[in-house]
Design a protein around this ligand. Structure first.
Ligand code: IPD
Length: 274
């Protein structure tokens, strides 16, 4: 299996780098922006081109592999994870940032086999940050091993949380409540505008935790493996194991911080499930 995993990883890396060149070329040009689920849930032609590039090339190399891609699902494809090797792709995570040329967007791609993440890549071509992981082999930034922070004191944690792409009033209420609860209890709150890059910051030890309600499997599939391979924990925000179709996630450098965060935040259950 590990020979195969290396082949899968090398192919994904090659196509992700080509996709990165495309993103870099397009970020400063004017974009055709369309709306998806809300007026702040955006998609551009580049999101679609990147997804096509990755799926076509990986599909040619590995014809029996399946795909879950953000833009394919938006176009009506199934969002189902079976035991078959499945590539889970967010072609541009942080599309809002990409539209505004805010340089924190990335290609996020993970390969799941038997519902377990085996390979993960998060690539921000604007800042040339390449986060990678293979299961059991550690997490890396541009080839250098990375580790989560050693912080265990919740008061000293830097916590990442996002506003999301929905303006549903109940969801907004939970986001605002959580900001209010946390701001006086931790060192600071941050949001990069990309779930995958937020998770990469936890893996890097630059932030201590991240949580979000309302995201999707393609936003966190790669981040999940990169965080755990860097020594961190991934769970449902209410404390149990992560349910990848519940649109909820919490990650942290350690269980103490994850559990404290989980107990303090207002819980929100996005509907529908994926
Ligand atoms: C979004 C980003 C954002 C998060 C949203 C995601 P997209 O992904 O990760 O940070 O708050 O929930 O949907 O739409 O840019 O791929």
């Amino acid at each position: 299996m590990s020979a195969n995993v290396n082949t899968f990883y090398e192919a994904a890396l090659k196509y992700t780098k080509s996709a990165g060149e495309l993103v870099l070329e397009k970020i400063s040009l004017s974009k055709n922006v369309a709306l998806k689920s809300s007026e702040i849930d955006l998609v551009t032609e580049t999101d679609q081109q990147v997804e096509k590039l990755l799926i076509q090339n990986l599909g040619k190399d590995f014809p029996d592999h399946k795909f879950i891609g953000e833009e394919s699902v938006a176009g009506g494809s199934q969002c189902t994870l079976t035991d078959s090797p499945t590539w889970i792709i967010d072609p541009i995570d942080g599309t809002m940032n990409f539209v505004h040329t805010f340089p924190h967007s990335c290609i996020s791609i993970a390969l799941f086999i038997e519902k377990r993440p085996e390979v993960a890549i998060i690539y921000n071509p604007m800042l040339d940050q390449l986060f990678t992981a293979k299961r059991g082999q550690g997490a890396y930034l541009n080839g250098k091993k990375i580790q989560v922070s050693k912080e265990t004191d919740f008061k000293k944690a830097l916590v990442m949380m996002e506003f999301g792409t929905s303006r549903d009033p109940e969801k907004m209420k939970a986001v605002m409540a959580n900001q209010n609860i946390l701001i006086t209890q931790v060192h600071g709150l941050r949001a990069l505008g990309s779930a995958a890059l937020d998770m990469a910051m936890v893996a890097l030890g630059a932030a201590d935790a991240y949580f979000e309600f309302g995201i999707h499997i393609w936003d966190f599939a790669a981040g999940e493996l990169i965080v755990t391979e860097a020594g961190g924990v991934v769970m449902d925000p209410s404390g149990g194991p992560v349910d990848r179709f519940s649109r909820r996630i919490l990650v942290a450098n350690c269980r103490e911080i994850a559990e404290q965060l989980s107990k303090k935040i207002v819980q929100y259950h996005p509907t529908p499930r994926d």
